[in-house]
Design a protein around this ligand. Structure first.
Ligand code: 5AD
Ligand code: SF4
Length: 481
C-alpha cells in the first residue's frame, strides 16, 4: 500500500494548548454511502488500556456494524483489524508494537485486509514516525479526536488503496450520537466528559485526549434513560476526572453532584463512576453518594503517593492529610464503602522516607485494592526531564513491598463479607472455572459461585462462604431478580 493519501501528524506541543473555552457539540449521523460497505466482511478490535478506550471501542464497533461488518472469530479471518492503543506507560506501547509485528504476515495471506491503529499512541509524534517508517502493514492511523471519521477512511481505501495518517492535536470537540455496541448485555459505560486539564507532571493523557470538556446534562440523561428502557442494570460514568464535570460550562452552573443526583432518579439500579480526583471530589458529591442507594458503595480514588513532597512534584494539588480527610468524610457518608486507588512508586526524587509515607497512608486508609505502577517516563511530559537516580532493582523492590501491603488490605476487605448475603450482578461463566458463574457486588467485589448460565445479566443473592485474596466464593440463596 505504501503511498500516503492523507497525512496529518500529531504534535504534543500543540496538544498542550488550552485556548478555547467553548466546545463544539457535533451530532453525528452516518452517511448513506458508508452503509453496506462492510456487508459480508468482518472486523476485529484489540483494545488496550483504560475504560475510556473500552468505551471508544464500543463506538468503533458501533460504527463498523452500522457499515455492515460483523465480528470476526480470529485474526486470520478478519477483513479489518483495529488496535485501539494506550500510551500511559512504556510497557503498554511495547505490547502493541509486539502485536503489530506478530500479525504482519497475515496481510500476505489476506491481501485487501485493512489494519488500523488508533487511541492514545496515535496522538504521539514519535510513535507515528515509527509506524510510518517501520510498520508498513498499518494502513490507517487515526487519533482520539476523529473516531467518527473511520467509515470515511475505510471507504477511501476501498476506492483507492493508499495509506492514511490523520491525527489532530487540538483541544477537541464533543461528538454525540455515535452508534455504540455495548459488550455487556446489562452494563454500559457512559462518557460524561472527555479530556483532562490536570497536567499531573507524569501523565500523557492531557496531551492525547485534549481539554476537559463536558457533555451536556440533557444528552447524558437521555442516554441513561434509553439504557434503562432497554433493560440495562448498571452504568459506569466515565471521565479522566469526573469531579471536574461541568467546570467548563460557560453559562450554567451544573456540577458532578447535580448530575449524579439527576441520574440516580432515572431508575437505573446501579451507578458507578470513575475516575475521581481527590482535590475535586467535593462535599456535595460525598453527600449525594450517601443519599441514593443506587450509587454503589465503592470509590476508586487514585492517591498516587503518600508523600507531600512527591505529590507536589506530581502537581496533584492536595496533601496526604487532605486525602485522609476526604476518606473520613466518605466513610461517614457511606458506611462500609470500599476504597481502591492507584499508586506510582519510584517517581523521580522519591526517597526511602517518601516511600514510607506512601506505605503509612496505605495502612491508614485500608485500601481494598489498588493498581500499582513503577513510574514510566513519557516523552513530552515535565517529569520525563526530572533526574531519577533509583536503580531498576530498587524500583522493583518498592513495588513488591507495596503490593504485599495492598494484598493484605484486599484480603481484609474481602474477609468482612464472609457469612454475609450480597447482591451479585452476574457477568457470565468464570474464566478460570467455566462451571462457576462470576459477577460483582455493590462494593465491586468479585464473587464466584455455582449457578445456571440463564442467570447471566441478573442480580442474585449470594451467601459468601469464603474470602480469598482476589475474590469471594459463595452459594446462591435465592433468585432475587
Ligand atoms: N508512569 C506510571 N504510572 C502512570 N500512571 C499515569 N501515568 C503514569 C506514568 N507515566 C498511572 C497513574 C494513573 C493510572 C491510570 O496510571 O497511577 O492513575
Ligand atoms: Fe493523568 Fe492526572 Fe489527568 Fe489522571 S488526572 S488523566 S493522572 S493528568
Amino acid at each position: 500500500m505504501g503511498k500516503l493519501s492523507k497525512y496529518q501528524a500529531p504534535s504534543l506541543k500543540d496538544a498542550r494548548k488550552r485556548i478555547n473555552k467553548e466546545t463544539n457539540h457535533i451530532y453525528y449521523e452516518i452517511k448513506d454511502e458508508y452503509i453496506g460497505l462492510g456487508n459480508g466482511k468482518t472486523y476485529l478490535l484489540k483494545t488496550y488500556g483504560c475504560q475510556g478506550n473500552l468505551a471508544d471501542s464500543e463506538k468503533i464497533s458501533g460504527l463498523l456494524e452500522a457499515m455492515g461488518y460483523t465480528k470476526a472469530r480470529s485474526d486470520e479471518d478478519s477483513d479489518v483489524i483495529i488496535f485501539n492503543t494506550c500510551a500511559i506507560r512504556e510497557n503498554a506501547e511495547n505490547r502493541v508494537f509486539g502485536e503489530l509485528g506478530r500479525i504482519k504476515s497475515l496481510k500476505k495471506k489476506r491481501p485487501g485486509m485493512i489494519m488500523a491503529l488508533c487511541g492514545c499512541m496515535a496522538q504521539e509524534e514519535g510513535i507515528v514516525e515509527e509506524i510510518k517508517k517501520k510498520y508498513h502493514q498499518v494502513d490507517i492511523v487515526f487519533g482520539t479526536h476523529n473516531i467518527h471519521m473511520l467509515p470515511e477512511y475505510i471507504a477511501s481505501i476501498y476506492k483507492r488503496p493508499s495509506r492514511i495518517i490523520d491525527v489532530y492535536s487540538f483541544e477537541g470537540d464533543i461528538i454525540e450520537n455515535l452508534p455504540q455496541l455495548h459488550d455487556h448485555p446489562k452494563k454500559a459505560w457512559v462518557n460524561i466528559m472527555y479530556g483532562c486539564d490536570e497536567f499531573c507532571t507524569y501523565c500523557i493523557v492531557p496531551y492525547t485526549r485534549g481539554k476537559e470538556r463536558s457533555r451536556l446534562p440533557k444528552d447524558i440523561i437521555k442516554e441513561v434513560e434509553d439504557l434503562v428502557s432497554k433493560g440495562y442494570i448498571e452504568i459506569t460514568l466515565l471521565g479522566q476526572n469526573v469531579n471536574a464535570y461541568g467546570k467548563d460550562f460557560v453559562d450554567t452552573k451544573y456540577t458532578f453532584s447535580n448530575l449524579l443526583e439527576d441520574l440516580s432518579k432515572t431508575g437505573i439500579e446501579r451507578i458507578r463512576f470513575t475516575t475521581s480526583h481527590p482535590r475535586d471530589l467535593d462535599d456535595s458529591t460525598i453527600e449525594v453518594m450517601g443519599k441514593y442507594p443506587n450509587i454503589m458503595p465503592h470509590l476508586h480514588l487514585p492517591v498516587q503517593s503518600g508523600s507531600n513532597k512527591i505529590l507536589k512534584k506530581m502537581n496533584r494539588k492536595y496533601t496526604k492529610e487532605e486525602y485522609l480527610e476526604k476518606i473520613e468524610k466518605l466513610r461517614k457518608s457511606v458506611p462500609g464503602i470500599s476504597i481502591t486507588t492507584d499508586i506510582i512508586v519510584a517517581f523521580p526524587g522519591e526517597e526511602e522516607q517518601d516511600f514510607e509515607e506512601t506505605l503509612d497512608l496505605v495502612r491508614k486508609v485500608g485500601f481494598e485494592g489498588a493498581y500499582t505502577f513503577i513510574y514510566s517516563p513519557r516523552v513530552g511530559t515535565p517529569a520525563a526531564t526530572y533526574p531519577n537516580p533509583l536503580t531498576e532493582d530498587e524500583k522493583k523492590s518498592r513495588l513488591l513491598k507495596l503490593n504485599d501491603l495492598i494484598n493484605e488490605g484486599f484480603y481484609e476487605g474481602n474477609k468482612r463479607f464472609e457469612g454475609e448475603v450480597v447482591k451479585v450482578l452476574v457477568d457470565g461463566p468464570s474464566d478460570k472455572d467455566p462451571s462457576m458463574l462470576t459477577g460483582y457486588t455493590p462494593h465491586e467485589k468479585v464473587v464466584n459461585f455455582p449457578g445456571d448460565i440463564s442467570l447471566v445479566g441478573k442480580i442474585v443473592d449470594v451467601k459468601i462462604s469464603k474470602a480469598y485474596s482476589w475474590h469471594l466464593r459463595g452459594e446462591i440463596l435465592e433468585q432475587s431478580k
